[in-house]
Ligand binder design. Structure first.
Ligand code: 6GU
Length: 236
């Protein structure tokens, strides 16, 4: 398989850019950034706010709890960041009201050359941000986070590992649960020692019989999926 590697660029728009360097600075993402496979840029939305107080949020019209992200700072930040590269990029807004991120969606995102991730805090975004920017609104699951930052990291992590050259040769994402047409959970894995506190590695995995091992793994995957996530089998 021949691949011309090209950089995928992520721009993160957030009020808390310091959340990110720790995660991006370890393990595979660190290596991918160092090698130029991915380029991650952080932008503080507050830098685009107006007035001496740099306000980025305000009380909602009509009253109610919490604060709302202001339209001007967010729109101007997105427009300025978009203009930093020839490709305007695919704009994602991270909110619990978005379409749920799943592996097919991650696979489609991995085809983009540039993704802009807009992270919200507070009670939400002024609705005109959606009307003006028409973002692809994404949620990572049915629970509420304090902000979109962790969801942005989840998105980058899931997308980046699909880029050719991100994983080592022996690891491959094509055998992942949920990838391509695969909808089963991964099978059980064992490594040395062969026995630990009376728990033995299944004999077949030590047999060297590759056909039997493949059969055992397939059956183990099916049983696990049945027991833990029978909803996945019902979808088939
Ligand atoms: Cl993307 N943001 C927030 N604040 N909460 C979430 C989420 C996003 N996805 C699930 N819960």
């Amino acid at each position: 398989m021949l691949h011309t590697e090209c950089t995928m660029r992520f721009d993160i728009l957030t009020l808390f850019p310091d959340i990110f360097p720790g995660y991006l600075g370890e393990s595979l993402l660190k290596r991918a950034i160092q090698s130029g496979l991915v380029d991650v840029r952080l932008h503080n939305i507050r830098d685009w706010s107006k007035g001496k107080h740099n306000t980025v949020d305000d009380r909602p019209f009509g009253g109610g709890p919490g604060m709302v992200m202001k339209v001007d700072a967010v729109v101007e930040c997105v427009e300025a960041v978009r203009g930093q590269a020839p490709d305007p990029g695919h704009l994602i807004m991270l909110t619990p009201q978005g379409r749920r991120l799943d592996q097919p969606k991650v696979e489609r995102l991995a085809e983009q050359k540039r993704i802009i991730l807009l992270c919200g805090r507070y009670e939400g975004f002024d609705e005109r941000i959606r009307l003006i920017l028409e973002p692809d609104e994404v949620s990572i699951g049915d629970y509420v986070l304090g902000g979109g930052e962790v969801a942005a990291m989840v998105t980058i992590d899931a997308v980046a590992r699909l880029l050719p050259g991100f994983l080592g040769d022996e690891d491959s994402s094509e055998y992942d649960s949920f990838s391509g047409s695969r909808r089963w959970l991964d099978c059980a894995q064992y490594t040395r020692p062969r026995e630990y506190r009376g728990h033995e590695t299944p004999e077949v995995l030590l047999s060297g019989n590759h056909e039997e091992i493949a059969r055992w793994r397939e059956e183990n995957s099916r049983q696990r999926t049945q027991r833990r996530r029978s909803d996945l089998l019902a979808e088939e």
